[in-house]
Write a protein that binds this ligand. Structure first.
Ligand code: ZN
Length: 183
């Protein structure tokens, strides 16, 4: 019995602290694995964010399109060549005969769209260094979106006749074609 008690109490060959520490090599391997996981996770995360911004821009275009068509439905048809421009601070410009009518499109569409927030492209806000910088007074009257009424299929709208598109990225823009793919 004494022998058994001795064996139980004996610290044995284990290190004084009761645990073996990590070697420098093991720590380095751990750091490399953590680094690889971080890089993989970060690139995945940033691609999700890019997709979210692209989706946000497409949502804006659909909302603008709906608001303009709502105005058109209440008032009159747009003449071919008419354009509405949407600046990031909430102003709507009109050309091609849209300033008149029962109610000028430039003032009515803002109400119908539910607010100026949808006139801001999230991708462009990111590039500008944040939404507040994009909408700063020094950048007033810059535009993110155009709604056009074209008599012929317009390459800015991927071959469609009428609709909204994101100006800033129209060269690389929103729907997969070389003209309108968004980045
Ligand atoms: Zn955009």
């Amino acid at each position: 019995m004494r022998n058994v008690e001795f064996a139980l109490r004996s610290p044995g060959p284990v290190h004084q602290s009761g645990r073996r520490g990590f070697t420098l090599f093991e720590i380095m391997i751990g750091m490399v694995i953590a680094g690889v996981l971080f890089v993989l996770g970060y690139s995945k995360l940033s691609s999700i964010s890019t997709d979210a911004r692209r989706q946000s821009c497409l949502d804006n275009q659909l909302l603008i399109d709906r608001a303009v068509r709502n105005w058109e439905h209440r008032n009159r048809d747009f003449p071919a060549g008419a354009e509405l421009t949407f600046d990031q601070n909430g102003k709507i410009g009109s050309s091609g005969g849209l300033g008149s009518g029962k109610k000028p499109a430039g003032t009515a569409v803002l109400d119908l769209s539910g607010g100026a927030d949808i006139f801001i492209c999230a991708e462009r806000a990111l590039v500008a260094g944040g939404r507040s910088k994009l909408t700063a007074s020094g950048r007033a009257a810059e535009e993110n979106y155009v709604w056009i009424s074209s008599a012929t299929a317009d390459p800015r709208l991927a071959g469609k006749r009428i609709g909204a598109y994101c100006i800033h990225y129209n060269a690389i823009g929103p729907d997969g074609t070389s003209e309108t793919r968004h980045r």
